[in-house]
Design a protein around this ligand. Structure first.
Ligand SMILES: NC(=O)C1=CN([C@@H]2O[C@H](COP(=O)(O)OP(=O)(O)OC[C@H]3O[C@@H](n4cnc5c(N)ncnc54)[C@H](O)[C@@H]3O)[C@@H](O)[C@H]2O)[C@@H](O)CC1
Length: 502
């Protein structure tokens, strides 16, 4: 997992170096990293660097300074360099170096014409200093954009876009990965991210969050659960999941969750769905074994007696996809009282009470559902506000409910009640399709069921992030075949698991 830091943390780490007079050296390191990436982008585009024309959009601060120095470093390689200043000032020494290198400062009125003609744009308007909404020119969609430190107008702490931020194809970020690049709008705007080491390393504090990479998924699954190892394939060791889902209004949600749990290699699936969809569920997932009314009743009695031996060997629950919140026969209430770990989604989210999670629930809301969860704690925060600072509100909810929160969004934020946060950013907009969340619930339920009896909250956070990562990868695979519906994810899930070495 890669550590991510807020802009404030990075500035704090920079301070001792700046006090030691290292400011210019830091800026030179940053500029060289940016220039090197510009060379790679040009080679990727045209197979050569010499003779190309690179334009810089330059703001008033050090971010513009880095970009000016980077352009100056490109000139000796035969690159034509131009800039447009977006304000009335620019970093004086960097501007002087740019001019010495033969660079040309164009008028703002020439910008549109230049944007049509140049080979590469360096975005050096704002970096860590973005504090208020920014006005930026419209960038042609076919022009490759390389952002310096952060795409201009992205808040380095929250990932929120301060205005209409042009997306970058790549971002070179300095010192450490900024949290604002991996969540929210920042995640969507950053493109490929390269972290350039400028020597902040030992000055950096504890990371703000962790970001999953491919190889983390199998590590997480194998360390959380011996049952995933090939040598111990027994259906009860691969886990038994209880699924309470579906309604006459939303029958498909139960089928998708069940299908995903089975596709993810679950040992056994026990299901409780409305009678009207029982046959359809068995047709979609013949592996499912319905939970009888007697078993459900026993479950209630056992939970009242605090007898932790579980009904039907169920090791974890997946609760809520397509569920009618009225919970006619009390099955949901019994499951919530059963002291087993549970993934709680959609219709079941309205049944949880603040403070009741005992760090064994994983709540999986999108921003709108998180807003409703927060409202039950007396806090009225809209979905847009949540999307503008997903880490903060996921953590807040995790503390309020004493539960792990998996907040869906452009990147998935998984936070535990102690603030431990893991971000998964493997998927893209293709997963914003009806039923995709139901697949995630079944998949995560399956991982949870295999995780052994009492996974701690940090393990739950990692499992949630691993599920989101696998789900994202399955989405990418599905999208490769063109537009797709959620049912296609049931086919691509096993491929994603295999690709990730699970
Ligand atoms: N501190 C250092 O020594 C280093 C800083 N580096 C660079 O410095 C950057 C941060 O530099 P700065 O603190 O100068 O900040 P920026 O260059 O990001 O912003 C410059 C100024 O723009 C103003 N501003 C904010 N929002 C605006 C808006 N919407 N429209 C117009 N102006 C706006 C602010 O007053 C801010 O001070 C980093 O992102 C990085 O690129 C790197 O060179 C590494 C070393």
């Amino acid at each position: 997992m890669i550590p991510a830091y807020t802009g404030a943390q990075i500035r704090r780490a920079e301070r001792p170096l700046l006090e030691a007079g290292q400011g210019p050296a830091l800026m030179q390191s940053a500029a060289h990293a940016l220039a090197n990436q510009a060379v790679l982008e040009l080679r990727d585009l045209y197979g050569r660097v010499y003779g190309s024309h690179v334009l810089g959009l330059i703001g008033p601060g050090n971010n513009g300074g880095d970009t000016l120095y980077a352009l100056a470093a490109l000139a000796p390689r035969g690159v034509r360099i131009s800039v447009v200043l977006t304000g009335s000032t620019a970093h004086p020494e960097a501007l002087a170096a740019f001019v010495r290198a033969g660079g040309r400062t164009a008028e703002a009125s020439e910008l549109d014409d230049l944007l049509e003609r140049v080979d590469l744009l360096l975005d050096g308007v704002l970096g860590l200093g973005a504090t208020r909404p920014v006005q930026l020119p419209r960038i042609p969609s076919d022009l490759r954009v390389l952002a310096c430190d952060l795409p201009s107008g992205i808040d380095a702490d929250t990932g929120a876009a301060l205005g209409a931020v042009p997306g970058a194809h790549a971002t070179v970020t300095f010192g450490a990965l900024k949290t604002g690049l991996v969540v929210g709008d920042g995640h969507l705007a950053a493109g490929r991210i390269r972290v350039a080491d400028i020597g902040l390393g030992r000055h950096l504090p504890e990371p703000e969050a962790w970001v999953l990479e491919d190889h983390d998924v199998s590590k997480i699954l194998h360390s959380s659960d011996p049952g995933w190892r090939a040598g111990s394939v027994h259906k009860y060791r691969r886990g038994v999941l209880g699924l309470i889902a579906g309604s006459e209004a939303y029958p498909g949600a139960a089928l998708l969750s069940a299908g995903a749990a089975v596709a993810a290699g679950l040992g056994m699936l026990r299901t409780h769905v409305p009678p009207a969809i029982g046959a359809a569920l068995l047709a979609a997932a013949p592996e499912a074994v319905p939970l009888s009314a007697t078993e459900l009743k026993q479950l209630g009695v056992r939970s009242r007696r605090n007898d932790k031996s579980t009904t039907g060997r169920i090791g974890a629950w997946a609760l809520g996809p397509g569920l009618d919140a009225t919970d006619g026969n009390g099955a949901l209430a019994h499951a919530l009282a059963s002291e087993l770990p549970a993934v709680i989604d959609a219709g079941a989210l309205s049944a949880v009470t603040p403070g009741a999670g005992e760090a064994r629930w994983i709540l999986t809301p999108h921003a709108g559902e998180l807003s409703a969860l927060l409202a039950r704690t007396g806090l009225h925060i809209g979905a847009a506000e949540i999307a503008a600072d997903p880490l903060r509100w996921a953590r807040w909810t995790a503390v309020s409910y004493d539960a792990v929160v998996l907040l869906k969004g452009p990147a998935t934020v998984c936070a535990g009640p102690d603030g431990y946060t893991v971000v998964s950013r493997s998927g893209g907009a293709e997963l914003a399709t009806a039923g995709s969340g139901d697949v995630l619930t079944g998949l995560l339920g399956s991982l949870l069921a295999a995780a052994g009896p009492h996974p701690d909250a940090r393990t739950l956070v990692r499992l949630a992030a691993a599920a989101a990562y696998i789900h994202g990868r399955a989405g990418v695979l599905a999208a490769a075949g063109g537009p797709f519906g959620a049912a296609t994810l049931l086919q691509t899930l096993p491929v994603a698991l295999r690709d990730l070495g699970v």
